[in-house]
Design a binder for this molecule. Structure first.
Ligand code: FE2
Length: 252
C-alpha cells in the first residue's frame, strides 16, 4: 500500500495545489491523508479546507487547527526567536478573525489521531499511526535529535510494535528514523518548510510486505503568488520572506 502524506499546509493554497497535482500524477498512490495544521501564516485558510474536502482527503488536527477551532489564546507554536514568536501571534490573530464558521466547524471535526491498517483490519499486520505532533499532544515538537528513549516512549503511548509506522509533522523538517523496529516519519511541510528549501514537501509512504519505506518529495509551486497573497492580506510581510527562504538556513 502506498500512502501520500501531506502536513503543515498552513493556508498556502498554491503549494497545496502543486502537491495535489504531483500526487495525481502517481497512479500507485492508494490514499492521501493530511497530518494537520491546515491554517495559519498564509491568506487561504477557507480555500485550503474546502479544497481538501473537495478532494476527499481526511486527516488529523494540528495545533493550529485545534486552537483556532476552540478559540484558544494562542496557537501553541513555540519559537526560540522572539521575532518569529511575535509573527506567529500576529498570524494566529489574523487567522482567528478571518476563518469562516464553516471552516471553524471543519477544523473542530478533525480527529486527534488516525490509525491505518494497510492489510485490512480483518488480519494482523503493520499499523500506521497518523498524528500531528506526537501521540500525546499536537503541540510537542518531535525533532530528529530526540533520543531513542523519547521515540520508544511515544511508540508506547501509541501502542506501536515493530514493523509499525508513526507519522507526524509539526516541526516542518522532514526525517525518518527506525528505533527498535518501529519507523518514525516526520513528513515535513507543504506550505511552510523550515529546512532551507522553499519547495513544498510531502511523503510517499510504502507499507506492506517489506520494511516501511518513506520517500521525501519536493515540488516547486507559484511562490510569488503565495508571497503576494500574504503581502496583500494584512498578514506581516515577513511571512512572505520566510516562504521565499524556506525558513532560512538557520531558522529553528
Ligand atoms: Fe505547523
Amino acid at each position: 500500500m502506498i500512502y501520500a502524506l501531506i502536513s503543515d499546509i498552513h493556508a498556502n493554497l498554491p503549494a497545496l495545489e502543486a502537491v495535489l497535482a504531483d500526487i495525481a500524477r502517481r497512479p500507485n498512490v492508494g490514499a492521501t491523508y493530511h497530518l494537520g495544521d491546515l491554517v495559519g501564516y498564509a491568506p487561504w485558510p477557507d480555500e485550503t479546507v474546502a479544497l481538501l474536502e473537495r478532494a476527499g482527503i481526511p486527516g488529523v488536527a494540528g495545533n493550529y487547527d485545534s486552537t483556532v477551532a476552540t478559540d484558544y489564546k494562542h496557537c501553541g507554536c513555540k519559537y526560540e526567536d522572539p521575532v518569529q514568536e511575535q509573527l506567529s501571534h500576529l498570524s494566529y490573530d489574523w487567522t482567528r478573525t478571518h476563518v469562516s464558521p464553516a471552516t471553524r466547524r471543519a477544523l473542530a471535526a478533525l480527529p486527534f489521531r488516525i490509525d491505518l491498517l494497510p492489510n485490512g483490519g480483518h488480519q494482523a499486520g503493520p499499523r500506521v499511526v497518523l498524528v500531528h505532533g506526537t501521540p500525546t499532544l499536537n503541540t510537542l515538537y518531535w525533532t530528529e535529535d530526540r533520543s531513542d528513549d523519547f521515540c520508544l516512549k511515544m511508540a508506547g503511548h501509541a501502542g506501536a510494535k515493530p514493523g509499525d509506522v508513526i507519522a507526524f509533522g509539526h516541526t516542518h523538517k522532514p526525517w525518518h528514523r527506525e528505533v527498535g523496529g518501529i519507523h518514525f516519519v516526520n513528513t515535513g511541510s507543504v506550505g511552510r518548510p523550515k529546512d532551507g528549501d522553499w519547495r513544498a514537501g510531502w511523503v510517499l509512504l510504502e507499507v506492506g510486505a517489506h520494511p516501511p519505506r518513506a520517500e521525501f518529495l519536493r515540488v516547486g509551486y507559484d511562490l510569488e503568488r503565495a508571497a503576494r497573497g500574504i503581502e496583500e492580506s494584512g498578514l506581516p510581510d515577513a511571512l512572505a520572506d520566510y516562504l521565499r527562504t524556506g525558513g532560512g538556513p538557520t531558522s529553528a
